[in-house]
Write a protein that binds this ligand. Structure first.
Ligand code: ZN
Length: 248
């Protein structure tokens, strides 16, 4: 069984399509999504449609919450806020309802695995460092927690003695993999499909190979200039357009 793990798609169809093409080549069974299907990018309706078409098990992200009108954008910076309200206007009623109906994490996948968006009990909190990871490990017994929100591919592990280690699957290779050990807890971020922030413009996703106890981290180049052009035409903030070119 191979589970495709997507996160932070952010209405970027060029990136989403490139990831799906790669994932089809790599092989997968089910699709899981850690939230933020929309926000920032120019194609919110299309992104929702594709997640639905894939029959993904998806949870809500903070951008999905604001874009679907369940919350205001007071906690967002000016660029994210402008994009969130643009997205709210662009979404059709049907797609908005899909986002409203998304379950909140933690979402139990069975077998000791779960999905969250930000931290384990708060979709708005960031797991950026070992200190944050310790706080989240204390709140869960899950062997494997997939999370998003930071847009950084990474693996936090916690051994039986409570030692937390951060590994960053980073490099020029398109594919890197991490083997999962028994009796170790993991918090794993597949990276962001639609707005990578680790100084790498390539789109990111992961595949959890359940039978081999392994998580593969994939990176895929995509034509971000096309996304940028669409964002310009939509009048989305210049800062958000520029950051795709730097991957940050
Ligand atoms: Zn996000």
């Amino acid at each position: 069984m191979r589970q495709l793990i997507l996160s932070d798609i952010h209405s970027n169809m060029e990136a989403f399509n490139a990831c799906m093409l790669r994932a089809e080549g790599a092989g997968y069974d089910d699709v899981l999504c850690c939230g933020d299907i929309v926000g920032y990018g120019p194609n919110p309706n299309e992104a929702v449609d594709k997640v639905r078409e894939l029959k993904a098990i998806a949870i809500r992200g903070n951008h999905d919450r604001v874009a679907s009108g369940q919350d205001n954008a007071d906690d967002f910076n000016a660029h994210a806020k402008a994009a969130a309200y643009w997205t709210r206007d662009a979404l059709t009623e049907d797609r908005t309802q899909y986002l409203i109906d998304l379950p909140l994490g933690p979402y139990d996948l069975g077998g000791g695995a779960q999905l969250v968006h930000g931290a384990v009990t708060d979709e708005d909190d960031y797991i950026m460092s070992e200190v944050h990871a310790v706080e989240s490990f204390e709140l869960t017994d899950a062997h494997l927690t997939f999370f998003g929100h930071t847009h950084y591919p990474c693996v936090f592990s916690c051994d039986v003695d409570g030692n937390v280690i951060l590994e960053i699957p980073k490099g020029a290779d398109d594919l890197l993999a991490v083997d999962l050990k028994k009796n170790v807890q993991y918090m794993i971020n597949p990276g962001s499909v639609g707005q990578p922030r680790d100084n790498d413009t390539r789109s990111a996703f992961a595949i959890w190979d359940v039978d081999r106890s392994r998580v593969e981290f994939h990176r895929v180049a995509y034509p971000y200039e096309v996304t940028q052009e669409k964002m310009r035409a939509a009048g989305l903030p210049q800062y958000l357009i520029d950051r795709l070119r730097f991957g940050r």
